[in-house]
Design a binder for this molecule. Structure first.
Ligand SMILES: [Zn+2]
Length: 247
């Protein structure tokens, strides 16, 4: 049975109990979505709704590097050579992160896996931990032309990384951040052709991952082509307790 969650003024963290419970630190919810799908905005919201940490693969690399961990140093060697960090190394960082105290009830994983080999590597390591698994994969689905339109007009705050859009979400004062008054800038790779290529590469690599979890029966598709509030409601429905798991 699917519990419908009605989103009014109350947001998760304010006593919403209708979300699924993750049972152990090996259980992971994946958030999948192309660049421009609004995933960054939604991930923190979803993590809070689940009561688990938001683990972004990019952040893991930064944190491991800053702390000078063995994994961080190993990753740095690859990056210094201009090579990609191997999947196994990123998976190791994820598994390490799952051992931290705030992840006793699992984690929301954002930005990984992006490819089927990464998905397989992650699943294998989770299983080796003893019962770890992908509890659910949520795909924020947005039409390709909409993704390109969103990304091509994007501006970022230099100070707090807040994102704006010249059409959909303009700042109150052009060129400056509403939150911190920081200067807004547009990344060179937010050019239209570059964006279109980035989206195409993502879909080529990651749609097979989405299909993989659809076949496994753990996929929830969320229509990402609606208002932020509507997407939030859809996300809450996607993690609503749907069935009792047989013990
Ligand atoms: Zn700012």
């Amino acid at each position: 049975m699917m519990l419908r969650v009605v989103l009014s003024d109350s947001f998760p963290g304010e006593g919403n109990t209708a979300t699924m419970a993750l049972h152990n630190h090996g259980e992971v919810v994946l958030l999948l979505g192309a660049p421009g799908a609004g995933k960054g905005t939604q991930a923190r919201f979803l993590a809070e709704a689940l009561g688990v940490p938001h683990v972004a693969s990019g952040d893991l690399l930064r944190v491991n590097h800053q702390r000078g961990t063995p994994l961080g140093r190993a990753a740095q060697e690859y990056m210094d050579r201009g090579d990609l960090v191997p999947d196994a190394l990123v998976v190791d960082m994820i598994v390490d992160r799952l051992d931290e105290p705030d992840a006793t009830r699992g984690a929301l994983l954002d930005g990984f896996p992006r490819t089927v080999p990464q998905a397989k590597a992650l699943e294998k390591r989770l299983m080796q931990r003893g019962g770890g698994r992908i509890r659910r994969a949520i795909y924020v689905d947005v039409p390709t032309d909409v993704l390109v339109e969103r990304l091509a007009g994007r501006w970022l705050c230099r100070t707090c990384q807040a994102t704006y859009h010249e059409t959909f979400n303009p700042p109150e004062v052009a060129g400056f951040c509403d939150r911190c008054d920081g200067e807004l800038y547009q990344r060179s790779d937010d050019q239209r052709e570059v964006v279109a290529n980035r989206v195409a590469v993502y879909l080529r690599d990651t749609l097979p991952v989405v299909e993989r979890y659809a076949r496994a029966g753990v996929l929830q598709r969320v229509d990402g082509n609606q208002s932020i509030t509507e997407v939030k409601t859809a996300l809450l429905n996607a993690i609503a307790e749907d069935e009792a798991v047989p013990a």
